[in-house]
Design a binder for this molecule. Structure first.
Ligand code: PMP
Ligand code: PLP
Length: 526
């Protein structure tokens, strides 16, 4: 075996908020350590007898791990690709959870529906601990995992555990609004850091921290960072390991805790090529190669234990499962668990047991196979949306333009001529960086190419265009919603739309792109 030089997390207890410090173990829960001993007669808890749970068992039929092909080549060669992957009714595998187990280590309802630990079912804990070890491979020794009820719950817990009212936290200049909404009532404002095509920029992070002026900012230098490094919401950016290392090193220097909110981690995909330049080769599943192809988590470089990673089953199983987990140092995990005990307690026993049993049935290799199939599904969807745009507009790849996409290949869309005299054929309509992860295409609209554009009009132009689209039957997410600081728009002269390629079917993608094209052209004709 490899010699393991990993050491324990450094002491980061000074990051705990006053609220979190004040949390005591829930008095009855503190007795739990005595529970579970064989032969123990427990008369302490107000636990209903499992005979009174009306469910004798629960069961479902789930898709097998290999339901989705990992071979995109047969499906991306033309626009007329067959969406219905099964052709006929999909095969399923049964997943059953009895109330009373025949073996004591079996997932069972007598335990899952009982009061339990906020850490989650023991079989689920074992699965995710092994999964995190194999996939994320944290760089310190005493990391641990803890269940939560999805990353939204996870974020609330982390913010309340780390932030005192009035503190500020670092984040991307475009970010997930619910994260801001979580911190806002605590009185904690974001400090937006500039981005490029890889997400948060390390040079701007360093600049903000080294030049922090407590007086001018009205807050102490931040000690917390909230980041979405893969499939960034809304920009779709994917952060590679060298950028992560640069940011991590700065976080060590300035003693910052990194909250890695990573719902799209497994939706990583190959780079986009225009259909004319796409070479297709058959892909076979190789679990180890698939995992190795993924950009590593911050955990992989976290030698000190200063990363709190949030995983969710929302994008890999279903959002309604309301299940996910933290991976972090034991000190933070203990505080997060205390908070869970006074809010959600354990995640819902029905969902937990069904998902646990599905994961146990698939096994580690099976779950990795499922994730690989999903990643390819999203790649095919991304390709379809971009191919449709490429057939509607002149999409020109260019390298290294200014601003958010510096250094990455950007596709600039120009209109194809439509015989209208007023229409400027050379107008830039929008730019995109084809995403290599996640669910979103971030569209930068070139308002400064409108002939009557006035600086300051960006937000209102974006809303006008949004309304035109909505009235024509297409809803996209207006970029303004995602601004870390709406008063300071990151890119003057532009507007943005976030377009999700995760859900529509091909026919509707085509209709939406037609409508988008017409609305954009009308705008540029005005
Ligand atoms: N309130 C009281 C008075 C209780 O006795 C209990 C459970 N023993 C609870 C709340 C906890 O309820 P729940 O399981 O719905 O979280
Ligand atoms: N974090 C980010 C960045 C997201 O994009 C989303 C979902 O859209 C969530 C968290 C919500 O995750 P969950 O369903 O696990 O609460």
């Amino acid at each position: 075996a490899m010699s393991d030089k990993r050491v324990e997390a450094v002491d980061l207890s000074h990051h705990i908020s006053n609220l979190s410090k004040a949390r005591l173990p829930s008095p009855l829960k503190s007795l739990a350590k005595y529970m579970g001993k064989p032969g123990l007669i427990t008369l302490a808890g107000g636990m209903p007898h499992p005979d009174y749970f009306p469910f004798a068992d629960i069961s479902g039929n789930a898709l097998p791990q290999n339901s989705y092909s990992v071979d995109a080549s047969s499906r991306t060669s033309s626009l007329s690709w067959i969406w219905n992957i099964f052709g006929s009714k999909p095969k399923t595998i049964p997943v059953t959870i009895p109330k009373y187990p025949t073996a004591s280590d079996q997932v069972n309802l007598a335990t899952a529906l009982q009061y339990g630990q906020a850490t989650g079912l023991s079989q689920l804990q074992a699965f995710i601990k092994d999964f995190a070890a194999q996939v994320y491979d944290p760089a310190y020794s005493n990391w641990t995992c803890l269940c939560h009820t999805g990353n939204t719950d996870g974020l609330t817990r982390v913010f309340l555990t780390l932030l005192n009212p009035g503190e500020m936290f670092l984040t991307e200049e475009w970010t997930y609004p619910s994260a801001l909404a979580t911190a806002q009532p605590v009185g904690c404002k974001p400090v937006p850091i500039r981005m490029d095509g890889e997400g948060m920029r390390s040079d701007d992070l360093k600049k903000v921290l080294s030049g922090w002026d407590e007086q001018a900012r009205g807050a102490k230098r931040p000690h917390v960072m909230y980041t979405v490094p893969i499939g960034q919401n809304p920009s779709g950016a994917t952060m590679g390991v060298s950028r992560k290392q640069e940011i991590y090193d700065i976080c060590v220097e300035y003693d910052i805790i990194i909250i890695e909110d990573d719902p799209y981690y497994f939706l990583q995909m190959k780079e986009y090529r225009l259909p004319s330049e796409r070479t297709t080769s058959k892909t076979k599943h190789d679990g180890a190669a698939f995992i190795a192809s993924l950009e590593p988590s911050y955990l992989k470089i976290d030698v000190q234990g200063r990363v709190i990673r949030l995983d969710t089953f929302s994008k890999t199983i279903a959002p309604g499962s309301r299940l996910g987990f933290f991976t972090c140092n034991p000190l933070f995990a203990e505080r997060l668990e205390r908070q869970g005990e006074t809010t959600t307690q354990a995640p819902c026993g029905f969902g937990q047991s069904l998902i646990t049993q599905l994961l146990v049935t698939w096994g580690y290799d099976g779950y990795v196979r499922w994730l690989h199939g999903l990643a390819v599904e999203y790649e095919v969807r991304r390709n379809f949306l971009l191919d449709t745009l490429a057939s509607e507009f002149h999409l020109r790849p260019t390298l290294g333009v200014q601003g958010i996409w510096k250094g990455l290949e950007v596709f600039v869309a120009y209109a194809k001529p439509d015989g209208s005299e007023k229409f400027g054929y050379g107008n830039k309509l929008f730019s995109i960086v084809p995403p290599t992860s996640g669910m979103f295409l971030w569209v930068k609209l070139h308002f400064d190419d409108l002939h009557n554009f006035q600086p300051g009009d960006e937000e209102s132009l974006e809303m006008q265009m949004f309304i035109k689209l909505a009235e024509s039957g297409v809803i996209v997410a207006p970029g303004w919603l995602f601004a870390g600081n709406p008063a300071d728009p990151p890119e003057p002269g532009s507007g943005h739309f976030r377009i999700a390629f995760s859900n529509a079917d091909p026919e509707n993608f085509k209709k939406a792109v037609d409508i988008f094209s017409k609305v954009l052209r009308d705008f540029h004709k005005q």
